[in-house]
Design a protein around this ligand. Structure first.
Ligand code: AR6
Length: 181
């Protein structure tokens, strides 16, 4: 399913982020940028060591990456040319600013994709795995954050959400249906 905001299509697919034929994929990383499990582990496995080398250079230069911020590296051996690494919030019940940090993670990632002159970017469901964010709430925050930025005008042609399970895709579909174009 898809919906258009401004000039940009938002699409939802069920699949593997590392296989997406887009300009950039977004990594749900942690502040160390040294890799981990989940989609982070899958990106480093599929993309090879060049990504980790660039991550280490970034941390040496600017320190660890705070939640809600984003940085960009090469895509290594991935079909995507770039990986945008962002850090979502750890879920602590929702009263510790989690939604604001999640929203920032999406919007900073889109800003970097635009600054890099990219046309298409694919996101995983940030924070809803190891970080424990309830998926229905995360889907609403994620889609609202993306739609808001795209409505303001963006050179991106497509923003794709790649959901790892059919159940997660259904949750994102429901949230996208409710969102005004
Ligand atoms: N393609 C698309 N989605 C995936 C894939 C994949 N190949 N693999 C997992 N997912 P998580 P987080 C989904 O845990 O909650 C890491 O260790 C997964 O099913 O990857 O932001 C980092 O280093 C879930 O829906 O990210 C951090 O320490 C979603 O991706 C921490 O986990 C996010 O789950 C970040 O936790």
């Amino acid at each position: 399913m898809e919906k258009t905001f401004g000039n940009t299509r938002v699409t939802l697919v069920h699949g593997d982020l590392t296989r997406q034929d887009v300009d950039a994929v977004v990594n749900a990383a942690n502040s160390s940028l040294l890799g981990g499990g989940g989609v982070d582990g899958a990106i480093h496995r599929a993309g090879g060591p060049a990504i980790l080398e660039e991550c280490k250079a970034i941390v040496a230069r600017q320190g660890s990456l705070p939640p809600g911020r984003a940085v960009v590296t090469t895509g290594g051996r991935l079909p995507a040319r770039r990986v945008i690494h962002t850090v979502g919030p750890v879920w602590h019940g929702g009263a510790r600013g989690e939604a604001g940090v999640l929203r920032s993670a999406y919007q900073e990632s889109l800003g970097l994709a635009e600054a890099e002159g990219l046309r298409s970017v694919a996101f995983p469901s940030i924070s809803t795995g190891a970080y424990g964010y309830p998926v229905a709430e995360a889907a609403r925050v994620a889609l609202e954050a993306v739609a808001e930025r795209l409505r303001a005008g963006s050179p991106l042609a497509e923003v794709r959400f790649v959901l790892h399970t059919a159940a997660d895709r259904a949750v994102y579909e429901e949230a996208l249906e409710k969102l005004p174009a």
